[in-house]
Design a protein around this ligand. Structure first.
Ligand code: FO1
Length: 314
């Protein structure tokens, strides 16, 4: 079993490659739920849905979230009532949110509903939300506001300066069923090139998950989301300074610290390999920009190779 800590699009691209290299039914992704929100009474789980839509081949090709061939009839009708359209929900996408919300109201846990959704999209990979409990990434801005992650990123377009980030509800949250087992019993644990602060740290903030990662006998190998000192996509460059981390491949490795056995950086960061290796983390450089699935598959193969090279008692 190959267990991946996953955020949104970076993780989706990586998982598309990994599922070319190993059988999808051997892959478990533990997915961030800190971005989740309720709009119009509907529960929306952007990272779970982005991964599902990517792997099912139905993601919107330009946006890279939401559905391809999407229409917005419902959003237009909502605008009629003056509902501010800052978070767009397409008609096809709404089907997923309606099903999820209905099942959650019936008392079915998010992890079970997620399995129903992935099966309905024909996926064999296992996606597990980090927790079934309500947790929420909050962005504290330099001007003292406390925003939901989506208010910061979508409504305010990531413009406010970030003072700190917290996962509200984390202290009393529990890992979803099988999350700890997926880490402890894995052959390898891979950390996708997702946002370290609002995707991976929020998974690790759920009590018991970081501990399982430290305890697992499996090698833990991560991929840098920072290439040449710049973020590949998203907002990691705006958030890393808020946790005192440098915006570089070495900075993110240092942020994960002793969780890592191996770290994969892009060829453009080959100069950082020695510095990272000096900290005791085995480091290699390869192509990490997953514009096509062949690159993603080669990257996944390299990660598994590194995992087997670093396997053994820690
Ligand atoms: N991102 C946007 O920039 N604008 C949107 O209106 C928007 C709507 C949306 C609806 C469903 C969904 O699953 C994702 C959506 N996203 C939207 C993407 C999302 O905000 C983020 O990119 C992720 O949360 C970060 O991983």
């Amino acid at each position: 079993m190959y267990t991946v800590l996953a955020g949104g699009v970076g993780a989706a691209r990586f998982l598309r490659g990994l599922t070319r290299v190993v059988s999808p039914d051997e892959v478990v992704a533990i997915v961030n739920v800190g971005d989740d929100l309720t709009r119009f009474g509907l529960r929306i789980c952007p990272d779970l849905d982005s991964i599902t839509y990517w792997l099912a081949g139905v993601v919107h090709p330009e946006q890279q979230w939401g559905r391809a061939d999407e229409s917005h009839v419902v959003a237009q009708e909502l605008a009629r009532f003056g509902h501010e359209p800052w978070f767009t929900l397409g008609d096809r996408d709404l089907g997923t949110h309606l099903h999820r919300t209905m099942r959650l109201h019936e008392g079915v846990p998010l992890s079970t509903v997620t399995q129903e959704i992935t099966r309905a999209f024909g996926l064999d990979i296992r996606l597990i939300p980090a927790t079934d409990d309500a947790v929420e990434t909050r962005i504290i801005t330099a001007d003292g506001r406390d925003l939901h992650f989506q208010e910061y990123w979508v409504r305010e377009r990531g413009a406010p300066q970030v003072a700190s980030v917290r996962l509200a509800g984390a202290a009393s949250a529990q890992p979803a069923p099988e999350v700890v087992e997926a880490l402890v019993d894995a052959d390898a644990v891979l950390i996708a090139p997702s946002n370290p602060v609002v995707s991976i740290d929020t998974i690790l903030a759920v009590p018991g998950i970081a501990e399982a990662l430290r305890q697992t006998p499996a090698p833990v190998v991560g991929v840098s989301p920072i290439v040449g000192g710049e973020v590949v996509r998203g907002m990691a460059h705006k958030l890393l300074p808020s946790v005192g981390a440098e915006v570089s491949a070495a900075g993110v490795a240092d942020h994960y610290g002793d969780l890592l056995d191996g770290w994969v950086v892009d060829r453009r960061d080959v100069d950082a390999v020695e510095e990272i290796a000096a900290t005791g983390v085995t480091c290699v450089a390869t192509d990490t920009i997953m514009d096509d699935v062949e690159v993603a598959a080669a990257l996944a193969r390299r990660c598994l190779q590194l995992a087997s090279d670093t396997a053994g008692p820690r």
